[in-house]
Write a protein that binds this ligand. Structure first.
Ligand SMILES: [Cu+2]
Length: 151
């Protein structure tokens, strides 16, 4: 019995070793993490803005390439750009999280545009947003819904 158990352990170890050898090095089981995720809620069903800081502990830059949420019908990645004295926002299809660095999706830069709320959402709620990355990683991130002043 003891002998059989030992040989089973050895063969499992082999399988895991093989899988690890084929996994892309950059994936490293969760190089990415999300911090300080929050939504600036606006009244009257106005689009809300989502902010989050993304951290990449990997050796390769990774792009945020997709955003979606169960709570909103439409989620986009926007960037605020200034044209001389005016500011406008444009839709972008990706944002880069540098290797061993962070990307702040923060007021004045990038934001997530959250539109067409599927149910009533109010400050104090939490909404889940799915962030998809170019390395295949996905982060299901809870965003704290806050009032327009950020409280
Ligand atoms: Cu926007």
């Amino acid at each position: 019995m003891t002998k059989n158990f030992k040989s089973l352990t050895v063969s499992l170890g082999c399988v895991f070793g093989t899988l690890a050898a084929f996994a892309p090095a950059a994936h490293a089981a969760g190089a990415l993490s999300a911090q300080d995720a929050w939504v600036r809620w606006l009244p009257n069903d106005l689009p809300a803005a989502g902010y989050v800081t993304l951290k990449n502990e990997g050796d390769q830059p990774v792009n945020l390439v997709g955003v979606s949420s169960d709570a909103y019908g439409m989620v986009m990645l926007h960037q605020t750009v200034s044209n001389g004295s005016t500011q406008k926002m444009v839709m972008v299809d990706k944002a880069t999280v540098p290797a061993h660095g962070t990307l702040a999706i923060a007021p004045g830069g990038y934001h997530l545009m959250l539109e067409k709320a599927k149910h009533k959402i109010a400050p104090g709620d939490t909404v889940n947003v799915k962030l998809q990355f170019s390395d295949g990683e996905t982060l299901e991130t809870p965003f704290a819904v806050k009032s327009p002043s950020g409280q």
